[in-house]
Structures are given as structure tokens and as C-alpha cells.
Design a protein around this ligand. Sequence first.
Ligand code: FES
Ligand code: FE2
Length: 422
Amino acid sequence: MDEKNGQKSGFDNQQWFNRAWPDDDTRIPDWIYTDQDVYERELEKIFLGRHWNYVGMECEVPEPGNYIRSYVGPFPVVVTRDMEGILHVFENRCAHRGVEFCREYRGTANSFICPYHNWTYDLEGNLSAVPFRRGLGGRGGLPPDFDMAKFGLRRFSVATRGGVIFATACADMESIEQYLGPEIRKEFDATFDGTEFKLLGVHRNILPSNWKLYQENLKDPYHATLLHTYLTTFGLFVSSNESKIPTDESGRHGGLLSRRPDGRPDVSKEEQANMQAFKETMKLNDPRVLTYFPETDSKWSGSVLTIFPTLTALRQTNILNTRLLVPRGPNEFMMLWTVFGRADDDDEMTRHRLRQNNIFGPAGFLGIEDNEALRFLQEGLGKAIPREGLALLGKDDEPDDTIITERAIRGMYRYYRDVMEF
Ligand code: FES
Ligand code: FE2
């Protein structure tokens, strides 16, 4: 107590560095975003645990012999399609000394040769050749009982649905269908509807922020109308649009679904007063970026799905993309964006999709604002005297049609706490 002013300080010394999660699921402690020990527990419990990790799209490896470099959590992997057309996911870490041997992001090969000592692996990850295996002139070389079959690359189990590839280290994993759950599977299938896709491009950017903050960002419809001028001003996501924020039973996956009205949105005075991001006078030089050609049976013109732990899948007007979150320690992650269209798109449609994709990416009309907000957020969490963030908006048992809510964030952290045993 400050005797002179009669004010109580707002600090509680005992709580500053306490690593106990408060017994209240509207409170999220800072240390889950910054602590190295928490990150290391995530590697075991989440990325190598009982989860399906998104690793790529089938349209990235359409032909036998195609491969891509990808990641399971932070761990580098290679995704291949073998000569029989079967997909494989294995470590990008040489069984010999540990080199991350596959250096190209994508390509076609019939084997992988580690650059260091040329140990060679086939498209399934089996060790197929070792130079000087028997030494030279009867001396040196590997022990005579060395069994090549035992020194292949460690493999992940693979599942696909609608052209999306998932991998898991878990030996007795449930099916991807069960993993998604019925509510999220329905929306997943509306985007990945069985048509053949074609790859339009990939971009990568690194964000100085914890990977979970990006999952939160896309489970946070509240920010969308407040931070994003482009979304609100051009009506892609405003509070008066018909919306739905579904989650699965476990709380780990979520969706932000929204139906854009034709033309500019009818934004009430009450909404405008709350939304500084709405700029009535702002116009687009090229309004074609907003044109929407309905192409699915879904009534939602915008669908963002967050599939725990590291996939976000987006269908917004005619933009189709996935984002893979690749953690790089507690304070940084890489985003790998895969932009695709449908195999039967004509050149005009392909140009349209690419034009619309300017909304996202490192400097997108909308992406740039999330990138900055998450950087500021990580700075706040990492530099300040620790405390807890609030996720108080909305109720857990109200209908899922309001966007002024943090219900999906609370749900994800209930699941997270459970898996992490906090
Ligand atoms: Fe790969 Fe030696 S580290 S062959
Ligand atoms: Fe955003």
C-alpha cells in the first residue's frame, strides 16, 4: 500500500513468475507463448503426439516421383509420391550423421542422395545404398552385420482427404474423418470437395510470434472487423454479415464462416461507430479483386478453418489456399502458403484467383495487419511483467452465429491444457 496516496499497487509479486494456469478458462497466461520448456513439451505432446499434422496438398505431388519438403511441427520431412502413386512422409534427416539432405523445396526424383557421404534413400525412405559399405581392400567399411533395412528414415503414417495430406507419428491414430469431427468435416468437405486442384504458387514468410497466436487469430472473429479495413470496408467480413463460428467437440478445430452480401455491405451507424477500420470513402482501383464467382454448394462465401495443430484452410470468394504453421522455437514461426485453383480453371480464372490472392501473404491487403498485430503481441508478452491475457467475450453456450466472441479461443485452450497436462 502506498501510504501517502492510499493506492494499492497493481502487482502481485507471488504471481509474476508463477507457472500455474489460473483456474479460469477466460485467462491465458503469458508463459505459454514464451517459455522454452512449454515449447519442448509441445513437441512431444502435440506435434509428435496424437494429432494429424497437415504436410501438403496432393496437387503439389501429382505425379510418381514428385516430392516436396515440408514439416511436422518444426521437424523437417519429405513428402513423396512413389512409382505406384502411394504417398510417403519421412524425416528429412539422414540416418547416418543427421544431415537435412533434401534441399530443394519441390521436384522429381527416384532417390535422395545425402550430400555429405552419399547415403541414398528410395522414395519410401528406405536406405538403398551406402558408398564403400565393405570398405576398400578388405579394410574399413561398415560392420559385416549392418542391416540396411534397419537404417531407413523414420516414417510417419499418412492420411488424405479431399486432396489434403496429413501425417502423424502416433501409431494407433484415429481416422482423419474422426479427427476432424462432423461439424468441421462438413465445412472441410465444402472446400476440399473432391475436385482436382492445381498448384498456383507458394509463398513463405517468417513471423516473430508464437505459432499458437496464429491459430488464435483465426479463431478470433472479434478482431476481424476491428483490425482489417479491407475486410470491413468491402464487406467480406462485417458484423452484420450472416456468420457462423463452429467448433468441433474437443474445441481444437474451428471455423469462421461468413456470407457476403452482394455489393457494399449495409453497415449500420452502430456498427460504424464501433469499427474504426471501416472507411466509407475508400475505393479500390481494381474492383475485380472482389468479384465472386460462386463455385461450391456452400452458402458461405468465406470459410476459414483452423485444423489443430498447424493447418489453416481458406476459401474466401475465389481464393483457395492453405497455410502450414512451422514453429521455430517459442518466439517465431514460418508460414508456408500454398495457393491453388481447380485443375479445369481456364487462364482467366487462374488470373482472377491470383489477383484475389493479393489479400494475403507477407504484404497482403489484409495479411500485413495480422503480421504486425502478432509481432506487437509477442513483444508485449515477451517484454512485459508477466500476467494473463483475457478471453472474456461471448458465452460458451450461446448460438454460434455471433462474431463478437472469443468462445473458440477458450475452447482451443481447454483442449490444449488437457493435452499439455497443465
Ligand atoms: Fe548423410 Fe553422412 S550424414 S551420408
Ligand atoms: Fe486477421
